[in-house]
Design a protein around this ligand. Structure first.
Ligand SMILES: [Zn+2]
Length: 285
């Protein structure tokens, strides 16, 4: 769901992920620390992806390291559809305690945020160091460094017997309006932004993951003293994977024939599994 506070030049997004998380996470058998991280990453991806005005555009968030316990985390969003996966070293992860820090999981890494605009074919990518206590913090740094937009992002995830729930809030200050003007004179200490950031920052983790608290009520709790808050209910989020036989046929066709021969099993088929959804495909190329 999106909202704006016109008098403060602020726009926001708020999301809560329930069954869609179970669907994405259910395709993998990740240990709890990875499940929690991916739930947070999918929530951040949904928040940032829903900023795109280009309905068929794609937002990809990728965290990558050379020698971290996690060497790759990828999530993407397109038109309300989310997917993601994590590549990690299970043995090294098991040696960590519960609730490992972002640094313990990734080491020295970087975060790439990529906007692919379907309407124009343009691609924008920003890369920032993977720093801070959470992916949300690293994404805040992305908006400040790459887009010069003061941004606050809060994310929480809870995984208990009843399934996984995650929630997130993103608030941005756009004093020059939404359209792409040069923001050379950005002021992080703008009084309007200070005020809104203080209110938004007061959100609690349990509020973000409380399925009985509607998103609208959540925003009203934070900004009830504002003269006007405008809401725009978005569509539901769902798991969406773009893997298909045709996709893998085109990937495999790019390999030399000798490599394809090595990949074939005794039936002459090449079996590939989708990293995002773990589905298996048998390609007869
Ligand atoms: Zn897939």
């Amino acid at each position: 769901m999106s909202f704006t506070i016109p008098a403060r030049d602020v726009r926001g997004r708020v999301v809560r992920l329930g069954p869609v998380l179970d669907t994405v996470l259910g395709a993998h058998a990740y240990p709890p620390a990875i499940t929690h991280l991916l739930a947070e990453a999918l929530t951040v991806t949904a928040l940032i992806g829903s900023l795109m005005k280009d309905g068929d555009g794609q937002l990809t968030m990728q965290a990558q390291t050379e020698s971290g316990i996690i060497d790759l985390l990828v999530c993407d969003y397109r038109n309300g559809e989310l997917r993601g996966y994590v590549r990690h070293d299970a043995d090294r992860l098991a040696a960590l305690g519960a609730n490992p820090s972002l640094y313990a999981l990734f080491g020295q890494g970087y975060l790439a945020i990529t906007f692919d605009l379907a309407s124009t074919g343009q691609r924008y990518q920003g890369i920032v160091p993977l720093e801070g206590d959470s992916l949300a913090e690293a994404c805040q740094a992305y908006f400040f460094q790459s887009e010069q937009v003061p941004t606050l992002i809060r994310v929480a995830a809870r995984n208990d017997g009843a399934g996984c729930v995650a929630g997130g809030l993103l608030v941005q200050h756009l004093p020059e309006g939404e359209e792409g003007r040069e923001r050379l004179h950005v002021r992080l200490d703008h009084p309007e932004w200070d005020h809104v950031a203080a209110l938004a920052g007061s959100i609690r983790h349990d509020e973000l993951v409380d399925p009985d608290l509607s998103l609208e009520a959540l925003v009203w709790r934070l900004f009830h003293d504002e003269a006007e808050v405008r809401f725009d209910l978005g569509g539901p989020l769902q798991r969406g994977c773009r893997c298909s036989v045709a996709h893998y046929e085109s990937v495999i066709a790019k390999f030399p024939e000798a490599d394809r021969t090595d990949m074939r099993d005794e039936r002459g088929l090449i079996v590939v599994d989708c990293a995002f959804c773990s589905r298996l495909f048998e390609i007869s190329a």
